[in-house]
Design a binder for this molecule. Structure first.
Ligand SMILES: N[C@@H](CCC(=O)N[C@@H](CS)C(=O)NCC(=O)O)C(=O)O
Length: 262
């Protein structure tokens, strides 16, 4: 989707605040927000940032997102940052269809999932993603990459650990273990499915989705070959109309071989 294009959809909310999403096709955090916007059938103006050209570290972007990461949603020019926070914001302001449980205890359970998903698998998937997809670009950038590492407000420490072949074996294996632990936890929750919180699709499913899709793209789907509930959750997710909207062409990435992961 070209930068600046407005996502044209039936929008019963015309006249409400202008939504602008700063994002990238392949960015897993952006995909969470796009899924949420699509579930709610919300129109927005799309501003694609080229991470390759460091547009996320541009002073003008840092002024709207001081963390120097994507996505950012602006609402009449005011920023909402952090993908899960953006999803919760959207669900609060545009409650139909509702993506949160109706009761406080249910919402507490959902938020516990959101925090866990951010802390464990969302962080873990960065390691094999960088190894397989981004290390080539980092090497290609050379000195330019050093500059990114110095300028990034949040990721300097993480990027200092990336060598010319990516992360080391121990770091990569630890991240795969964290992903497997997540799959086990998801599988256990899906016993009372079909969705993470039970009968209704929620923000917890949205925040989980990009990690599993990325694992699939990296050829890591064998990690749930013994967990059929996880596989059927992913199939159900892909059948939702929001999926094709959020994952427009260019959003999925593939690697030729899992050897690239380590
Ligand atoms: N907690 C943030 C994390 C956002 C994030 O890490 N975004 C990645 C793309 S998925 C990014 O901007 N990476 C650029 C970089 O690491 O320099 C969120 O959920 O919005």
């Amino acid at each position: 989707m070209p930068a600046g294009e407005t996502v044209e959809r039936e929008d019963a909310l015309a006249g409400l605040p202008e939504l602008v999403l700063f994002h990238a096709a392949h960015s897993t955090c952006s995909q969470k927000v796009r899924l949420c916007l699509a579930e709610k059938n919300l129109a927005y103006t799309s501003r694609i940032l080229a991470i390759r050209r460091n547009e996320h570290l541009d002073p003008a972007y840092l002024a709207i997102n001081p963390n120097g990461v994507i996505p950012t949603l602006t609402v009449n020019g005011e920023s909402v940052i952090d993908s899960s926070v953006i999803c919760e914001y959207l669900d609060e302001v545009y409650p139909l269809p509702n993506l949160s449980p109706p009761d406080a205890m249910g919402r507490a359970r959902m938020r516990a999932w959101l925090r866990y998903l951010e802390e464990v698998p969302t962080a873990a998937i960065r390691i094999p993603s960088i190894n397989a997809l981004f290390v080539g670009l980092m090497n290609e950038l050379g000195e330019g990459w050093e500059d990114v590492r110095r300028r990034t407000p949040l990721r300097g420490e993480l990027y200092a650990k990336v060598g010319p072949q990516g992360f080391g074996r121990a770091e990569t294996e630890a991240s795969l273990q964290r992903l497997r632990a997540t799959l086990d936890r998801v599988d256990a929750a899906l016993q009372n499915g079909p969705w993470l919180l039970g009968p209704s699709f929620s923000l917890a499913d949205i925040v989980l989705a990009p990690t599993l899709v990325r694992m699939e793209d990296l050829g890591l789907d064998a990690m749930w070959s013994d967990l059929p509930r996880v596989a059927s959750w992913l199939r159900r997710l892909a059948e939702r109309p929001s999926f094709a909207i959020a994952y427009f062409p260019g959003s999925r990435v593939t690697v030729a071989t899992t050897d690239q992961l380590i």
